[in-house]
Design a protein around this ligand. Structure first.
Ligand SMILES: [Zn+2]
Length: 410
């Protein structure tokens, strides 16, 4: 089996692995200014997508240009999320050099879509492929590829611990080769319960003091997790941005969330913001919690809420995910100011950060890999892949960290 790393190797973003010039695993984009795409534009016989995040699915529509129509295999939620994300990319960048596809390409995705349940083995480009719950976001999958000789497990993004929205990964299918993500290989998460309790206490304190809390959250996964947390602790909240539509959509896929009843209840208790007639400004004056995109303050309705609440130190902004270097969210945490729509604004409101990660941390990755001690491990999807591969080698694993553009025979 020949693996070609077209992106997402020794980096996070634009994940893409081509197997034997034939089967493509993920085809993502690296968000940024400008966005970056995988280093090669392959013509695969079939595509398997691990999950509905931009860095894994964002460039898939470009595979459907001209008369190319490779079948795309994924779980039902991943298909829906891919459509949502592609349309959002069109909204942001459509018609510019930064967006190499059009609405026509996006529509073709539904024509070539092959949705699969977890554990169902199917044929793609002549391989036997099976998807397993990866515990990252709803519909996220580990991808097992079998050519009759070699079994390749592409972990993609995964979490070993339960989140409120999805259960952690438990399947460990036999594999000769494992391509393993390493986003948080250098990090040890605090126990989830501890993070959640501290977060809830902080929200309650601000509410008691009469303030407003803005909770910037990624639309996919994190927004729903925050609604579940608020509901579990009887905190009233508003929800705004792209996360609203994703929450509604996920209600149609009860099999892909941990507790469909809890999600239904959290959704019915959250107040959906329409944004009409200055509604956002009125809400920002209320003594309440607002869960909204974008997770790094780089767009979305958060751009309306932050200027409204920023002047009063009673108010609070609680970041709920990793803040990439150079984003307004990172700037807020480090310097107490943020670039909102091109204006640098000092922020008097309190800013805090909570690690609600959807990825396995160092110990989680190591625990996962104990099932693969005799396998060849290729570490990808991280800022420090070589370091983690070296650590694994020290513990007698056959491990390495390919670079973008590398071709590895396994
Ligand atoms: Zn992801």
């Amino acid at each position: 089996m020949k693996l070609q790393f077209l992106g997402g190797a020794r980096e996070v973003g634009r994940s893409a692995i081509l197997v034997d010039d034939s089967l493509l695993l993920d085809y993502g984009m690296l968000t940024g200014n400008p966005p970056q795409y995988p280093v090669d534009s392959p013509d695969p016989d079939a595509v398997v997508v691990s999950h509905g995040h931009l860095d894994h699915v964002g460039a898939v529509p470009t595979l459907l240009s001209g008369d190319r129509r490779p079948p795309i295999h994924w779980t039902p939620p991943t298909q829906e999320l891919a459509l949502t994300l592609s349309r959002d990319t069109l909204k942001l960048h459509g018609g510019t050099y930064d967006c190499p596809f059009t609405e026509t390409h996006v529509q073709r995705m539904t024509q070539v879509s092959n949705p699969h349940e977890y554990g169902e083995t199917f044929e793609a480009a002549g391989y036997e492929v099976t998807l397993f719950n990866a515990g990252h976001i709803p519909g996220s999958a580990h991808v097992l590829v079998d050519d009759g000789d070699t079994r390749l497990l592409y972990t993609a993004d995964f979490h070993t611990d339960d989140q409120r929205l999805v259960s952690g990964t438990t399947d460990r299918p036999d594999a000769d080769v494992v391509v393993c993500e390493s986003t948080y290989a250098d990090v040890d998460h605090e126990p989830r319960e501890v993070v959640e309790n501290r977060f809830v206490e902080s929200l309650q304190t601000t509410m008691w003091e009469g303030g407003t809390v803005v909770v910037p959250a990624f639309a996919i996964g994190r927004t729903q997790e925050m609604l579940l947390v608020c509901d579990a602790h009887d905190l009233e909240c508003y929800v705004d941005g792209m996360g609203k539509g994703v929450t509604t959509m996920l209600r149609n896929y009860p099999a892909f969330v941990r507790d469909a009843d809890a999600l239904r209840q959290a959704k019915s208790h959250a107040r959906f913001v329409t944004g009409r007639n200055g509604q956002r400004r009125r809400i920002a004056e209320q003594n309440t919690v607002i869960v909204t995109t974008s997770g790094m303050l780089s767009g979305g309705p958060a751009m309306t809420y932050i200027p409204e609440i920023r002047g009063d130190p009673t108010n609070k902004i609680t970041m709920t995910g990793y803040q990439v270097e150079g984003t307004p969210g990172r700037e807020l945490l480090e310097r107490g100011r943020a670039d909102i729509d091109g204006r640098i604004m000092p922020i008097a409101a309190q800013a805090e950060s909570y690690d609600f990660s959807a990825h396995a941390d160092h110990d989680g990755l190591r625990e996962f890999l104990t099932a693969y001690e005799g396998s060849e491990i290729l570490v990808n999807h991280g800022d420090n892949c070589e370091h983690f591969a070296a650590e694994l080698r020290d513990d007698d694993y056959d491990a390495s960290a390919p670079e973008v553009g590398d071709v590895v025979e396994v």
